[in-house]
Design a protein around this ligand. Structure first.
Ligand SMILES: Cc1ncc(COP(=O)(O)O)c(C=O)c1O
Length: 395
């Protein structure tokens, strides 16, 4: 039977990047001794008061169709938090609650892009972006952020990537996999280009509450962004709620209306009890995220410290998020070979960061979503593996 070309467009290179993770997951299911550092799923339980809110909604019979763009109180709570962050008015009509940031990105892609358009992304980018953006029929153009600069914005590359066909810039800030947080000056460059070329800017801020040193500035807070910036967020990372599938898109009400039509035709809205849990979570945002951020910061420092004196590798300490990039070029292996051999010889699974984009070739991505003990053990195995490789090289 024949499928539409759409199915090809959503089967990107990024999908294969997860092979190692699936292999590790399978090995773990068979009780093998593996340490999975290949995914960013928080190891914390969702805070109990959030789960309680959902359970109580379920028990109260909240099991029917719910408002397609999200319950008014939830949209209002998200809007209030965004208003404080953006430093301007944000109303419930600027917000649609959707099934996670991934769903929001997909909606933005379908509502803003079409075949023949170009969409510029900062490279490296989160693996699902390629398929998400290509689903619209648009061509993805990558503006490299090079390893030599610590993967920071390269204004020249970004400017050079924009053509008469460009319709939008998509980026995640903080970035996954690099952990870079763009500063106000870098964001201003993006905003200026968007205004000059009349582009949409879609900024994925799922890691905004996991910024360690620098303060996170939302692109949506910059002058002139009110009409053209689409901010994407979710509770997956900030509140350890990946499995709840709840996030949002904040934009001009006209776009929210189009997204609502898409939600109607694809999802028919979110489960009411999930929205009740989400409401409790959004209202307690700072209390929940402060504690988690401190723990992640400690883990980041632990991994950076344990891997720092190992010859052959270098750690890029992230400003935000739950991942560390490790430069493995000194081991003589490609990052893909490194990841597979490390997994086969030590049971530690990491991702080849090149799957996120060519600039990250030679780097692997480790998540720090495990306990200090497990991370220390993983680092020990990595150091053992790398030392063995480097010694062999020296012989
Ligand atoms: C940058 C980025 N955006 C979006 C997502 C997906 O988030 P959600 O679970 O809210 O769909 C992830 C998940 O890892 C991510 O890293």
């Amino acid at each position: 039977m024949r499928f539409s070309p759409f199915v090809e467009r959503i089967a990107g290179h990024g999908v294969a990047a997860w092979d190692i993770h699936h292999a590790a997951f399978e090995a773990q299911r068979e009780s093998q001794d593996v340490i999975i550092l290949s995914i960013g799923d928080p190891d914390f339980a969702t805070p109990e008061f959030i789960t309680d809110a959902a359970i109580s909604a379920l028990r109260g019979g909240d099991t029917h169709y719910a408002d397609i763009p999200g319950r008014p109180r939830l949209r209002q709570a998200i809007a209030a938090r965004c208003a404080a962050k953006f430093g301007r008015d944000v109303e419930a009509r600027n917000v649609i609650a959707v099934a996670g940031a991934q769903n929001a990105l997909f909606m933005a892609s379908l509502c803003l892009l079409q075949a023949g358009d170009e969409v510029v992304v900062l490279d490296p980018m989160y693996v699902t972006y390629e398929a998400t953006l290509r689903a619209s029929g648009a061509t993805v153009v990558r503006a490299a952020c090079d390893a030599d600069s610590g993967f920071r914005l390269n204004a020249q590359n970004l400017t050079g990537a924009i053509t008469g066909r460009t319709r939008a810039i998509f980026l995640s800030n903080p970035n996954n996999p690099t952990g870079v947080v763009l500063d106000r000056e870098e964001l201003q460059i993006i905003a200026d280009l968007a205004i000059a070329h009349d582009l949409w800017v879609v900024v994925d801020e799922v890691y905004e509450s996991l910024c360690y040193e620098p303060e996170h500035v939302s692109l949506a807070s910059l002058p002139g962004m009110e009409q053209r910036c689409v901010a994407v967020g979710s509770l997956s990372k900030s509140h350890a709620m990946t499995g709840w599938r709840i996030g949002w898109l904040v934009a001009d009400p006209e776009l929210i209306g189009h997204a609502e039509n898409l939600a109607l035709s694809m999802l028919y809205g979110l489960p009411g009890f999930v929205m009740e849990g989400a409401l409790a979570a959004v209202l307690a945002h700072d209390e929940v995220t402060r504690g988690m951020r401190d723990i992640y910061r400690g883990r980041r420092d632990l991994v950076a410290e344990r891997l720092s004196d190992c010859p052959g590798i270098a750690v890029l300490k992230p400003d935000a998020g739950m991942f560390v990039l490790v430069d493995v070029r000194g081991t003589g292996l490609s990052s893909l070979d490194f990841a597979w051999r490390l997994f086969r010889e030590t049971g530690v699974s990491v991702l080849d960061a090149a799957a996120f984009g060519e600039p990250a070739q030679g780097f692997v991505r480790l998540s720090f979503t495990l306990s200090d003990e497990q991370l220390a053990e993983a680092c020990e195995r990595i150091v053992w593996f790398v030392r063995k490789l480097v010694e062999r090289q020296c012989r």
